[in-house]
Design a protein around this ligand. Structure first.
Ligand code: IMP
Ligand code: MG
Length: 172
């Protein structure tokens, strides 16, 4: 594998995930909370996050895939694995690894909203500047990064690098 330059080291990820987790814990106390992770990229973030949130929450996962080119989102999303749980009337927190164009998250949010959750919010570990510029409202954001391709901590390049404990840039 090509070498990776560290962008966000492990200790920074850990402390930011802890902060977000405690924020979520305060915001959802006494509520029927279900965290919905988008496979596979959000899996590592999700698992670290739920260890911090000391609430009687539930978790579930969805797998989605963008149609078309692999590197650019088309905005049309195919559901590869749907939720096993009904979310109607429940407080749903969608957990995503990274928001780039925002098309994937917009599609999934729209689909989940039609199922009538009590509330629907987003926790994204990473948000690229262009998504932030596009005025997409994320409820919990780990880090805002530049418009560069990153790997690690769940994120892949052709299914590689997901297991890196940090977020980095692939050097060619
Ligand atoms: P969007 O629809 O353009 O927001 O793309 C979001 C999806 O593309 C994410 O869920 C990732 O799977 C993937 N993606 C976008 N940027 C990156 C990146 O820098 N590294 C790895 N995957 C990325
Ligand atoms: Mg993804």
């Amino acid at each position: 594998m090509s070498p990776v330059e560290v962008l966000i080291p492990e200790d920074q990820l850990r402390s930011r995930v802890n902060e977000i987790g405690h924020q979520i814990e305060g915001d959802y106390e006494g509520k029927d909370l279900i965290l919905v992770g988008i496979l596979k990229g959000a899996a590592m973030f999700m698992m670290d996050l739920i260890r911090v949130v000391q609430l009687p929450l539930a978790i579930d996962f969805m797998a989605v895939s963008s149609y078309g080119a692999a590197t650019e989102s088309s905005g049309v999303v195919r559901i590869l694995k749907d939720l096993e749980t009904a979310i109607t009337g429940r407080h749903v927190l969608l957990v995503e690894d990274i928001v780039d164009s925002g098309l994937t998250i917009a599609y999934v949010l729209d689909m989940l909203r039609r199922r009538g959750p009590a509330s629907l919010k987003v926790a994204a570990l990473l948000v690229k500047e262009r998504a932030a510029d596009a005025g997409l409202r994320m409820d919990y954001v780990g880090f805002t990064i530049g418009d560069e391709f990153v790997v690690g901590y769940g994120l892949d390049l052709d299914e590689r690098y997901r297991n890196l404990p940090y977020v980095g840039l692939v050097k060619s």
